[in-house]
Design a protein around this ligand. Structure first.
Ligand SMILES: Nc1nc2c(c(=O)[nH]1)N[C@H]1C(S)=C(S)[C@@H](COP(=O)(O)OP(=O)(O)OC[C@H]3O[C@@H](n4cnc5c(=O)[nH]c(N)nc54)[C@H](O)[C@@H]3O)O[C@H]1N2
Ligand SMILES: Nc1nc2c(c(=O)[nH]1)N[C@H]1C(S)=C(S)[C@@H](COP(=O)(O)OP(=O)(O)OC[C@H]3O[C@@H](n4cnc5c(=O)[nH]c(N)nc54)[C@H](O)[C@@H]3O)O[C@H]1N2
Ligand code: SF4
Ligand SMILES: [Mo]
Length: 726
């Protein structure tokens, strides 16, 4: 029996865990009390994760799809050689642009796959590079580039020293924090109140977080109104911190112009928040000693998400809360992702536009919402073959039915995934990966936003099934067959031409060692290297917290100031004010409910996580239900302008009247039997992917606040869900 200190790579919290291994199996996992950041916190997903490794439905050898849709196992050589042959043929006939790459959320904890896919897209020079960022956070990356000069610069909340927190559309008690890897985040937030401070949670639902603090219910998809209204109050009443603005920013004068046309009565009508409350909230924020302004999916999955994220940052900045203790601070990753993306010119915004819809590029990627049209619209540059790693995009992206149709229409679709999912079931080949704890690695994404900076790199602790491979190796093998080196680095390309391929751990180690925390190849005592981290059991603490007063070092604009003025924000605000918000036929606004025991779409096959009467249910206010004759537990049809699903109703006053909340990513298909048996409806069948319905600035999907109507079904539906296409 051995014990290993590991990190959990299921969600962003990246908790430290201790795993017990007996006879090559993980027999127990418990929280690691000594981890500098998570400090003894863990959730059921991390504790039960080993069940994924032993899941009988897990794909354990490459699968080839047959004409009738069934799969047969094939050898790696057969799969890779056929894939290589077909990709070469596509390049010969239609050019490199005919090949696309896609990556999903779990690559954030799978650095080899992550860099492999960025490398492959760079080597192909394809615009058809799609990431889960476009159904999540591309708006953050746009604001980062425009305000701070680099996509990845993103100030995070310093809860430990804050006296006031404005939380807009985030539920850290359940999500455990996003873009804020703060261990035991619930505890850290409650301590603000214990110190005499306040937390105000703006959310259409009395979420698990809102229930603990002050709750301001807001109409879904109206946060931009609230935030711009608050900004107007602050500027009109002269509550801004002029000294901070003069010291840290350029373009602050433009803000007064920006809010000139904003009418606080319109703000109240759009948000459902009384004008006096909006005004008071603005004054309280401005008066606070040290305040954080933090938003996440509720804000960034809205229709004007780039504008919303911009306003969140601006509110922190104008109140003097950027780069100060208890405000919004800059994290200190041990692997400097900003430096290497900059070195290889990966970061950027609007350097080109997508072929069909003309949407601006973000970090060299195109939005997932545009993928179906890129496949289905003929012409030069049409997307014909796709390699996808850890994405269930048929379920997680807008217009699920159209996504399925497009994936089915590809000449070649390869999916690297441990399950036969709604997405991979449409692939010509499913290539099964080694999973977390079966492979070595470090928490690439989590380390970008640690509250307590620390470093770790761990080895595999159990052997992988014989027939699976490292994602990065598979990507490299596919590239090899196209005669490509999956890297944006000219040095790697040169070596590749000489027949030398650098594995990702070597490249990353080299970069880390010459970086801020590196050992400079022995020149700096106490510095980090992969070898040192692997030898260390657990994480190495790098500092007690994030430093402040570092703005000039942390941002990338030439003048080292935050650039507040950009046409795009003024344009988006004008569009917001001009967009009609009422939809008489679909008067309810739908938003997502994320659950403690799910991780996006992919833990629904762990029976222990699915137990306890869980289900996919539409939370609807009793008044809205009564007006429609809907009873608790009834099956209802839920329709938007774009789709229709059937789900069970749950009457609850935790949602505000006029808004309805639905679990994300149920209604499964494919080979994960427990997930399929759970039934439910698929949220994203209701969501549009039309270019005009995306966040115009970033192409990010609009997922929260879409108009729906709910009607009871006279006859209970026999099937759990109606999908747009079978
Ligand atoms: N348990 C669990 N943890 C997770 C995940 C998971 O699936 N399960 N997923 C991970 C991922 S990928 C991410 S990105 C993060 C997300 O982290 P969070 O954003 O903190 O998580 P959400 O639950 O999406 O929180 C969004 C909140 O916004 C509210 N909301 C919805 N629409 C609106 C709106 O229009 N305005 C406002 N103001 N609020 C709104 C919702 O009711 C919800 O409470 O969580 C991560 N952690
Ligand atoms: N309506 C609505 N839609 C949403 C959201 C919402 O709030 N509402 N949230 C959005 C957000 S924030 C996100 S991040 C996206 C997530 O969108 P996705 O990234 O598409 O979703 P996941 O469920 O995380 O997909 C993970 C897939 O990776 C596989 N996988 C897990 N580990 C590995 C691995 O090590 N290697 C490989 N090759 N595969 C692996 C899983 O089996 C699964 O099929 O969904 C977005 N979609
Ligand atoms: S909170 Fe996230 S990182 Fe921590 S144990 Fe749960 S799933 Fe893992
Ligand atoms: Mo996400």
């Amino acid at each position: 029996m051995t014990e290993h200190k590991i990190w959990c790579g299921v969600c962003e919290a990246t908790c430290g865990l201790v795993a017990t291994v007996e006879q090559e199996r993980i027999t127990k996992i418990r929280p690691d009390d000594t981890h500098p950041n998570s400090q003894g916190f863990a959730c059921p997903k991390g504790i039960l994760y080993p069940q994924v490794l032993e899941d009988p439905d897990r794909v354990r050898e490459p699968l080839q799809r047959q004409a009738d849709g069934s799969f047969v196992p094939v050898s790696w050589d057969v799969a890779l050689d056929d894939i290589g042959r077909r990709l070469r043929a596509s390049i010969a006939a239609h050019g490199r642009e005919s090949i696309g790459c896609a990556l999903g959320n779990p690559t954030g904890w799978n650095y080899g796959a992550f860099f492999g896919m960025f490398g492959m897209a760079a080597a192909l020079k394809t615009k058809h590079f799609f990431t889960a960022g476009s159904v999540d956070i591309n708006n953050y990356w746009v604001v980062g580039e425009l305000l701070y000069g680099h996509n990845l610069v993103n100030p995070m909340p310093d809860f430990d020293r804050a006296t006031f927190a404005l939380i807009v559309g985030a539920n850290p008690v359940v999500s455990h924090g996003s873009m804020a890897t703060i261990g035991n985040i619930r505890r850290r937030m409650t301590s603000i109140v214990e110190r005499g401070g306040r937390i105000v949670v703006v959310d259409p639902r009395r979420s698990e977080t809102a229930a603990l603090f002050e709750h301001v219910p807001v109409r879904p998809d109206s946060d931009a109104f609230l935030l711009v209204g608050m900004l107007k109050v602050i500027l009109d009443e002269g509550l801004q911190d002029d000294a901070a603005l003069a010291r840290q920013t350029t373009g602050a004068d433009a803000l007064a112009h920006l809010v000139a046309d904003v009418d606080l009565d319109v703000v109240a009508a759009e948000t459902g928040i009384a004008r006096a409350t909006v005004e008071q909230l603005a004054r309280d924020l401005a008066a606070a000693d040290a305040a954080v302004v933090y938003g996440r999916c509720g804000a960034s999955l809205s229709r004007f998400s780039t504008l919303t994220k911009y306003l969140l940052d601006v509110l922190g900045i104008v109140t003097g809360n950027l780069d100060r203790p208890g405000g919004m601070v800059f994290a200190d990753p041990f692997l400097d992702a900003e430096a290497f993306t900059k070195l290889f010119r990966v970061n950027g915004y609007d350097r080109w536009r997508t072929r069909v819809d003309g949407i601006p590029e973000v970090l060299g990627t195109s939005p997932l919402a545009t993928l179906p049209r890129e496949v289905l619209t003929p012409g030069r540059g049409q997307l014909r073959a796709l390699v996808a790693v850890s994405t269930n995009m048929a379920t997680t992206s807008p217009a699920s039915g159209e996504m399925e149709k497009a994936l089915g229409a590809l000449d070649l679709f390869v999916s690297l995934d441990p399950y036969i999912t709604e997405t991979s079931r449409l692939a010509d080949y499913i290539l099964p990966p080694k999973m977390l704890l079966e492979r070595e690695g470090f928490p690439l994404f989590g380390q970008l936003h640690y509250g307590v900076p620390n470093a770790s790199w761990t080895d595999a602790i159990v052997p992988a099934p014989e027939g699976v491979r490292d994602d990065w190796w598979v990507i490299d093998q596919i590239c090899k067959r196209m005669k490509l080196v999956p890297s944006p680095a000219p040095g790697a390309q040169l070596l590749g031409r000489l027949g030398v391929r650098i594995p990702p751990h070597v490249a990353v180690d080299m970069f880390m060692r010459i970086g801020r925390h590196g050992d400079w190849f022995g020149l700096r005592r106490g510095g980090l290297s992969r070898k040192k981290l692997l030898a260390h059991d657990g994480a190495i603490k790098l500092a007690d917290g994030n430093a402040t007063g570092v703005l000039r070092k942390k941002i990338h604009t030439k003048d080292r100031r935050v650039h507040l003025e950009h046409d795009v924000f003024a344009r988006e605000l004008r569009r917001l004010l001009a967009t009609p918000s009422a939809d008489a036929e679909h008067p309810l606004r739908l938003f997502t409910v994320r659950e403690l025991r799910s991780q996006n779409s992919w833990l629904h096959n762990v029976p222990k996580l699915m137990s306890g009467g869980r289900g996919c249910r539409l939370r609807i206010h009793p008044d809205d239900a009564a007006a429609r004759g809907i009873e608790d537990g009834a099956t209802i049809a839920l329709a938007s302008r774009w789709g229709r699903i059937e789900v069970e109703a749950k009457l609850t006053d935790e949602v505000m009247p006029g808004s309805v909340g639905l679990n994300q990513h149920w209604g499964h298909k494919g080979g994960w039997k427990t997930a399929v048996a759970a039934g439910g409806g698929r949220y994203n069948d209701l969501v549009p992917n039309d270019a005009a319905m995306l966040d115009a600035a970033s192409g990010n999907a609009w997922l929260n606040g879409i108009g729906v109507e709910a009607v009871p079904l006279a006859v209970p539906a026999p099937a759990p869900a109606v999908a747009a296409t079978a």
